[in-house]
Design a protein around this ligand. Structure first.
Ligand SMILES: *Cc1c(COP(=O)(O)O)cnc(C)c1O
Length: 421
């Protein structure tokens, strides 16, 4: 459920008409709903009620500080994957003890700054990384809390680019080698092993792959405890999918996911961490754009928008579907016609949808891409020297620009011309 609904024939973000925001900030832009973000966070928090747990929002999904602060004030921790994200979370007021640091290629500098600044744990993904973190911690005269990410070799049954839990993926250590690697970690004085980490992929639309992974994790917890390791924390990663198309079957809900976690891992008495990103932010954001032209092609019609693949890369990169709706609610029974919906960038890949049935539209009409809150603004680029589009946050009847559109001068003046030219 989200808070983007038609009222009196016009699409609103909570209590604000989207046309009002478009008039104030210009198109294209992203807009987020505070109530939707908080509702999604609460669903996860409630799903684990009664279990010692922390919901660490995977901020790579949408990392504007206004989003981080909204969630942190509700009690969320953060999952970060770079020093930049760590610093951004700290700048938004998230305390170090609520930040977990994931990622397959942390550098010694990233480790040093996070360890010195305060961190809940590092999710370590390889033995060389263990050695590097040990050296950094020893150098700082401290001990780094770690979990080790194991790769459970399960098929997440999602898009190949976002599946991470198969043995051929670059992530984690093979579960078959876990005992050896944990024994190695236990010998490193700069590390304190606190638990185990898994994350098998993103946009999972069924619980079965989680069930397989968590069953393996339960077995591993018992084995490692028998080996003498104090396994007291389990980080279960993120990955629960969202319904991108209203017409499709809905993926499992956080409540079902919470029940699965209790059923498979509850008996172990561990503290549970989860790292949802997409489900918290995805349906809490829209990308807003206008129709520049309606163009007749050979046997097909094109809807040319002022947003492009550089603003929202998901359709080009993951063949992703977004529901695309007009801000003015179509008349009941309005006849739909198929369009190829494209942006102005000079690549055929700059196509948001092919032969998508759309109600009657005119040049200048405002259009919303649903489900654009996660992996939208954060993956945008300035390809074609198109400025990064603004982000806006709505709360009730208020809205605020939370990242403004850069000026062309700002973009152009970031280049420096060598003296010899
Ligand atoms: C990307 C990622 C997540 C979040 O995944 P979602 O599908 O957005 O929930 C969580 N943990 C790790 C380690 C990740 O890389």
């Amino acid at each position: 459920m989200d808070h983007f609904l038609y009222r009196n024939g016009a699409l609103h973000a909570e209590d604000v008409p989207l046309s009002e925001i478009a008039a104030a900030v210009g198109t294209p832009f992203y807009v987020y709903s505070t109530a939707t973000l908080l509702r999604h966070y609460a669903l996860f928090d409630e799903a684990l009620a009664g279990v010692d747990h922390l919901v660490c929002y995977a901020m790579k999904a949408a990392s504007n500080q206004a989003i981080l602060k909204t969630l942190a004030q509700a009690g969320a921790g953060m999952d970060v994957v770079s020093l930049g994200e760590y610093l951004r979370a700290r700048a938004a007021g998230v305390p170090g003890e609520k930040i977990v640091f994931s990622g397959v290629g942390k550098t010694a500098d990233e480790m040093r700054r996070a360890l010195a600044g305060g961190i809940r744990q590092f999710n370590v993904e390889s033995e060389p990384e263990m050695e590097a973190l040990n050296a950094v911690a020893r150098d700082l005269g401290t001990v780094a809390p770690v979990t080790i990410r194991v790769n459970p070799d399960v098929d997440a049954r999602t898009h190949a680019k976002i599946a991470t839990g198969k043995s051929e993926n670059k992530f984690g250590i093979p579960i078959a080698r876990a005992r050896q690697v944990y024994a190695h970690a236990a010998r490193l004085p700069g590390l304190e092993v606190v638990g185990i980490d898994v994350h098998i992929g993103s946009q999972l639309t069924e619980l079965e792959p989680f069930a397989q992974a968590y069953a393996k994790l339960a077995g591993l917890t018992e084995t490692l405890r028998a080996d003498g390791h104090d396994i007291r924390r389990l980080d279960l990663g993120g990955g629960l999918g969202i319904p991108y198309a209203r017409s499709n079957a809905a993926p499992p809900l956080p409540t079902d996911y919470g029940r699965l976690i209790r059923d498979t891992l509850g008996h172990l008495g561990c503290e549970i961490e989860i790292e949802p990103g997409r489900l918290i932010a995805g349906n809490a954001g829209l990308m807003m754009t206008r129709v520049i032209y309606l163009k007749q092609g050979e046997g097909r019609d094109f809807l040319i928008l002022d947003a492009a693949m550089n603003d929202l890369i998901r359709p080009a990169m993951y063949d992703a579907h977004h529901d695309i709706v007009p801000v003015i609610e179509p008349e009941p029974g309005a006849e739909a016609a198929p369009y190829d919906i494209v942006g102005p960038v000079c690549e055929t890949g700059d196509t948001f949808a092919r032969q998508r049935p759309m109600p009657p539209l005119r040049q200048g009409d405002l259009i919303a891409f649903r489900g654009a809150g996660a992996y939208g603004a954060v993956m945008a680029s300035e390809y074609n020297t198109r400025p990064l589009i603004p982000e806006v946050m709505v709360k009730g009847d208020q809205f605020a620009v939370i990242r403004r559109r850069p000026t062309f001068d700002e973009i152009i003046n970031r280049d420096t011309i060598p003296e010899w030219l």
